[in-house]
Design a protein around this ligand. Sequence first.
Ligand SMILES: Cc1cc2nc3c(=O)[nH]c(=O)nc-3n(C[C@H](O)[C@H](O)[C@H](O)COP(=O)(O)O)c2cc1C
Length: 204
Amino acid sequence: MASILSINSSVRNQGSISRQVTTEFLNQWKAVHPGGTVVERDLAAKPVPHLTEQMMGAFFTPAEQRSPGQAETVKLSDALVAELFAADVIVIGAPMYNFSISSTLKAWIDHVARAGVTFKYTESGPVGLVTGKKVYVFTSRGGVYTEGPGKAMDFHETYLRGVLGFIGLTNITFIHTEGLAMGEDAAAKALTQTRTAIGELAAA
Ligand SMILES: Cc1cc2nc3c(=O)[nH]c(=O)nc-3n(C[C@H](O)[C@H](O)[C@H](O)COP(=O)(O)O)c2cc1C
């Protein structure tokens, strides 16, 4: 049975567009895939901590050589990585904050991008190890960055494509709900476009 890992990173619960559209996608996906499983990771409700020197030390120590403290430290990262490997489909709700992703989503990335675990270095360069998965990223943005002058300031899709691709997640579809702060008509149009895309993607 297909399984989805759903990650949300908006700090808002009330009025969050990225949460709203990921929920709509999940509901439609569940209707098309009865019996499919959904694992939810809410990075605002349960933030992943920023990396510390102690965590880095634990990550880079081989499992069999870790102290009991290091073994404990690495548990959260291992659990997040296991969720990624277990999923067939990964859905990410990613609001744009200051032209990029939220710091909570970045903290999650810092816990799952691990040398020797989700990517490895080879003589021909780095190789991603989290392969064979489909990723849908639902962004929400006050302005417009897919065209026009804002395009040069999109460190949001470009960053996520880069870092997710680095760990092997190369099959990514971005669904942007943007222009949300550009008037009611623009916001309504953006949501309509996203809902049309959701209908098509959830059925695929
Ligand atoms: C801290 C913060 C920073 C933001 N930075 C940007 C930005 O750089 N560009 C932009 O277009 N919108 C920006 N916004 C607007 C959000 O992207 C927009 O409100 C979006 O809908 C937030 O996602 P959510 O509705 O899921 O909470 C920012 C909002 C917040 C709270």
